[in-house]
Design a protein. Structure first.
Length: 473
């Protein structure tokens, strides 16, 4: 509810003019109003109220009788801040015959002042509930009726940064520039402006690739539909090829070899993945991960250990310990610079001697374990489950907190993920992944439909079954 205002009635003089003690900025008490203190104080003096003297309905009637309705107090309905606010304000004032306030502010202008404040409060409340779109819309509309209010522009800019949709950073820059110009002492707005400008820098060259032999597969169509929704182009590798194990790594190696070494590349499985973030957000997240893990390829991670091979027990027993919520490598999502990805794929294929050909994830697990072994004095990492490797820089890192790759790891009915403001959110790590991978049996892919029902955009319905034997996904 918009705060109350005191208005003079349109058809009646307010009685301010010529009164003894008239004040420049308000209405003094009239002679009839002098009785008001008695009406308010007398019941208290007689002991009728032990804990204060609130204004009861009967006192209100007395007040109106005493002042003969020279000035009326009204509460502005919150409904006035929806739709065309100036038109609503003017109509409301006409409907209730309300003139200017005692300080001379026109009724419609007074309503607009408090409508802006109400929009600001409602924007914050919506943000607290996770309604990012509603928060942005209310903050934007506040700027329309308070164009000279630096705080309004600041709130709008921050709401855009919090929502972080495609193009929001650019709009945030414009809003925060107005805020800083209006109040150069606002360091919060200045710092937020610097952040918004950094986000609007052209993203690094980025390519997103997937693997699929059947272009008609429903899972692939779902992936591409989600990518289109978020304006992400996807290269489909392996279409119409006869699939065999190892082809995924060969395709990835050759694809990366065709690109500039510095190109950012994200590679995801084809039949059980969706895109949940825009191109700019994907590129920024990859760059942030690579800043922490320079020269490495970042693989997605999940809570389950999946490994196919005779050395499964050994690898599982010696897997690096840690308290991370998502500890185990999953090859369904890989990200890095093209030159680094090419080397990782080529090395994995060279290490495939004796490989049973079942899973490329097995090869990457082995490499990750070998690189996690400590270096000895001879400059060698002693691999407890296979060939020793030199103490060179490590080539693999894991997205332990699912900052880029969301991954259910073949777990059903464990609700790690939700939707906040149209964005996928991992509730366990409080992150906003840009991809979601739901590997395993068909029932696990029901997670896509559940999240779509919660408001995750761009998810096409797909009654897909398990991928064909040997296919990626």
């Amino acid at each position: 509810m918009v705060p109350s205002w005191c208005f003079g009635e349109q058809e009646r003089d307010t009685g301010c003019h010529g009164q003894p003690g008239a004040k420049e900025n308000g209405c003094p008490l009239t002679s009839s109003m002098l009785v008001l203190p008695l009406a308010l104080v007398l019941p208290c003096q007689l002991g009728r109220r032990e804990n204060g003297c609130p204004l009861t309905p009967s006192m209100l009637v007395l007040l109106l009788a005493l002042v003969r309705a020279d000035v009326v107090t009204v509460e502005i309905p919150e409904a006035l801040i929806d739709g065309d606010i100036p038109a609503n304000a003017a109509a409301y004032c006409r409907q209730h015959d309300l003139g200017p306030t005692p300080r001379g502010v026109a009724c419609a202008d007074a309503v607009l002042l408090d409508a802006g404040a109400s929009l600001g409060r409602r924007s914050l409340a919506r943000a607290a509930r996770g309604d990012a779109d509603g928060a942005v819309e209310d903050a934007r509309r506040r700027t329309e009726i308070a164009r000279q209010d630096a705080d309004a522009w600041r709130q709008y800019g921050l709401a855009l940064l919090d929502r972080n949709h495609e193009g929001d950073a650019r709009d945030a820059v414009e809003a925060l520039e107005v805020a800083v110009e209006g109040d150069p002492t606002d360091l919060g707005a200045a710092h937020s402006l610097a952040r918004a400008r950094a986000l609007t820098k052209p993203p690094a060259a980025l390519r997103v690739a997937t693997f699929a032999s059947d272009e008609r597969a429903c899972g692939l169509r779902r992936l591409l539909a989600s990518a289109r929704h978020h304006h992400v182009e996807v290269d489909v590798l392996g279409a119409n090829r006869t699939w065999y194990n190892g082809l995924k790594l060969e395709l990835l190696r050759d694809f990366c070899a065709s690109l500039s070494e510095d190109t950012l590349v994200v590679a995801v499985d084809g039949y059980d993945v969706i895109v949940t973030g825009g191109r700019g957000r994907v590129a920024n997240r990859v760059q942030q991960l690579l800043k922490r893990h320079p020269g490495r390829v970042v693989a997605s991670a999940d809570q389950t250990f999946y490994f196919r091979g005779a050395d499964e027990r050994c690898v599982g027993a010696h897997y690096p310990a840690g308290a991370q919520p998502y500890r185990f490598l999953n090859s369904g999502g890989l990200a890095g610079r093209a030159g680094d990805l090419e080397k990782v794929a080529a090395r994995a294929l060279r290490d495939a001697e004796g490989w049973d050909g079942v899973s490329d994830q097995t090869l990457l697990h082995r490499r990750f374990l070998a690189e996690a072994a400590p270096c000895d004095g001879d400059g060698v990492r002693r691999n407890p489950c296979g060939t020793d490797v030199p103490c060179a820089a490590r080539t693999l890192a894991l997205d332990h907190f699912q900052e880029l790759f969301g991954n259910t790891g073949g777990r059903a009915f464990l609700r790690d993920f939700g939707v906040v403001g149209g964005l996928l959110r991992n509730a366990l790590t409080d992150t906003l992944p840009s991809f979601l991978h739901c590997p395993g049996e068909r029932r696990f892919r029901a997670e896509f439909d559940r999240l779509a029902a919660l408001g995750l955009p761009g998810v096409a319905p797909c009654g897909d079954g398990a991928a064909a034997a040997g296919d990626p996904g």
